[in-house]
Design a protein around this ligand. Structure first.
Ligand code: ATP
Ligand code: MG
Length: 582
């Protein structure tokens, strides 16, 4: 679907409103003809013809027209304004829903600031088009058409003479429209880039301060700011260049009327009243010509914005829910069959094979970047395996309803994200309708209750974006409570206890053992102590599972795991460790 077709799809819903608005515009424009016509009558009949008794009715008519026009103008502005806001609401909603469906691949590549620009600046250009540009363009064409036809009724030769400007206007419009689009594309790109920069810097402002990089960032900001200013000026230059041309063409009409119209009055071809009438229509002929430059500009801006929003909207996620995917409460039986995953042709994980029965606990250990989180991402279908199969309850995850699959999984991610909300709201995120008692129970299991209670407003304390105001370990525990509260069939704890002390960790482990037996648990950790009691331990290195088994069997293998164990417990010499790891 082309971007314009996509846009008109949204406009369809407001078709009736828009047509009503355009009918009103037609009436208002037609009413514009009345007053200059009456002015002509006053000159010819009242002033020159001395029919003074006509003056009052004619003036009353003129006043009536002004009032009627005012009322109609108010009405059509309401119509266009509500239609544009409604259309924008629908479009924002649709684009936002699509953004929620996009997969990790999409978000890995996109900058938040860019996406924000689509939802703000670009949407505004579309609103402006619907609220103003459509009716002003229509009004301009009507004004010109009506006025010209009135001039034709006064005198054909004069009207034809005034038409001379039209080819010049059309040619100038064509030239401007050719220049406007690239200028606006550059402008929108620079706007996005500036937005993305500012957004990243505000999010990363703690890093900037910690490294005293304020000057460096300011310099980078100045470059972005400069680029945007230049792009703005370049875009403005386009209309600045063409506006005088439209202005000259508009004035040419005045000159034609004065010269040729005056000549015709002198030679008695038209009356003085006719000249006054045509002069009254002059602004109706002038204005559209003057507006042409602005309209071409606004239309260029609108087209660029629609194209940009549509390009973001039309990116299809690789990971999609199947049309009639399996929906059920899962038992948590998991199998990876020869699973490999490549990103941009680079092997990330290879030949992953393991089986887990419902209710078992799996520990995953391995060097940093060895693919532990990726394996879990494949299980949640944040990515799809390049080859092989990920099976949950003997069903390929690709045949399951995506939302049902994720609904059955509770995940405490490695990078904890908390929303700007209360602590309670953050914990209850997966089950907003649960009771406070349940929230508290989950917090107790995650060893979070006591520090939450010590906070100024307990569970009602608002935590900032990303959990500002909490320590790393506290954030991890809130995130753990959030995952536990879901009472999932599969619980994934990715490095969830890395920032808590040993005592807290062993408390949490005890709590996890108390979880009902039908929850399969994955624990990714660096510390052997976090996983050694697991039913199955996967040891990962360079994207592969290099060892798997229980703690005892792995120790007996005397490989990477045994080396890591001895290193952490200080028994095996360092050189043994060189066997594994990166
Ligand atoms: P850590 O212990 O540090 O969390 P990890 O074992 O969880 O590491 P992963 O996050 O799974 O490691 O990443 C494994 C490797 O794959 C890393 O080198 C990472 O840079 C790369 N990687 C992961 N996902 C992608 C992706 N979508 N595109 C490109 N590279 C990726
Ligand atoms: Mg990881």
């Amino acid at each position: 679907m082309t971007p314009m077709k996509w846009f008109f799809g949204f406009l369809k819903k407001y078709k009736k409103q828009m047509i009503f608005g355009l009918i009103l515009t037609t009436f208002i424009t037609a009413l514009n003809i009345v007053n200059p016509y009456i002015s002509g009558l006053i000159v010819d009949n009242v002033i020159l013809g001395e029919a003074y008794d006509l003056l009052l009715p004619l003036i009353a008519c003129m006043l009536g027209v002004v009032v009627l026009r005012g009322v109609m103008r108010f009405l059509y502005q309401v119509v266009f304004e509500t239609a544009s806001q409604g259309l924008l609401y629908d479009m924002r909603d649709k684009v936002y829903r699509k953004l929620l469906q996009e997969d990790f691949n999409f978000y890995n590549k996109k900058r938040t600031g860019d996406l924000m620009s689509r939802q703000t600046g670009d949407m505004e250009a579309i609103r402006h088009f619907v609220a103003y540009v459509i009716y002003i363009s229509y009004e301009s064409i009507l004004l010109f058409g009506f006025a010209l036809s009135m001039v034709f009724t006064v005198n054909v030769k004069l009207a034809l003479c005034m038409l001379v400007v039209l080819p010049f206007t059309a040619f100038t419009t064509y030239l401007q429209s050719k220049e406007v689009k690239p200028a606006f594309q550059r402008n929108r790109n620079c706007f996005s880039s500036l937005n993305a920069f500012v957004q990243e810097n505000i999010s990363g402002n703690r890093v900037v301060r910690a490294f005293s990089k304020e000057d460096y960032e300011t310099e980078k900001f100045n470059k972005e700011n400069d680029a945007f200013r230049s792009a703005q000026i370049a875009a403005s230059r386009v209309w600045m260049k063409y506006l005088p041309v439209f202005e000259i063409l508009a004035y040419a009409l005045n000159i034609i009327l004065m010269l040729y119209g005056g000549f015709m009055v002198i030679h008695g071809e038209i009356s003085l009243g006719n000249l006054v009438t045509v002069n009254g229509y002059l602004w109706m002929l002038n204005n559209p010509l003057r507006m042409a430059g602005w309209l071409v500009n606004d239309i260029g801006n609108f087209v660029t914005s629609v194209e940009k929003i549509h390009a973001t909207y039309s990116e299809e996620p690789y990971v999609k829910t199947p049309p009639s995917g399996v929906v059920k409460k899962l038992n948590g039986q998991i199998e990876f069959r020869d699973v490999s995953y490549k990103a941009d042709d680079e092997d990330i994980v290879m030949d992953i094979n393991f089986k887990v029965s419902p209710g078992q606990t799996v520990g995953i250990i391995g060097s940093t970047g060895s693919g532990k989180s990726t394996v879990m991402n494949l299980l949640c279908r944040f990515y799809d395996a390049t080859s092989g199969q990920v099976l949950v309850d003997n069903t390929d995850v690709r045949d399951m309803d995506l939302y049902n699959l994720r609904d059955n999984i509770g995940m405490a991610m490695q990078e904890v994200f908390l929303f700007s909300d209360t602590v309670e709201g953050n914990i209850a995120y997966g089950r907003p309708d649960c009771s406070f008692e349940e929230v508290k129970k989950a917090a107790i299991m995650a060893d979070a209750n006591h520090f939450i209670m010590a906070m100024p407003e307990g569970y009602d304390t608002i935590v900032g974006e990303r959990g500002v105001g909490l320590s790393g370990g506290q954030k991890q525990r809130i995130s753990l409570a959030r995952a536990l509260l879901k009472e999932p069939s599969i619980l994934i704890l990715d490095d969830t206890t890395s920032a808590v002390d040993m005592e807290t960790e062993s408390y949490i482990q005890k709590q996890l053992k108390n979880i009902e037996k039908n929850c399969t648990i994955f624990i990714i950790a660096y510390r052997i102590s976090s996983i050694k009691d697991a039913d199955l331990i996967l040891v990962m290195d360079k994207g592969r599972i290099i060892e798997q088994g229980t703690h005892e069997s792995l120790l007996a293998q005397n490989g990477y795991y045994a080396a890591a164990f001895s290193n952490q417990y200080g028994e095996i010499p360092e050189e043994f460790l060189q066997k594994g790891g990166r």
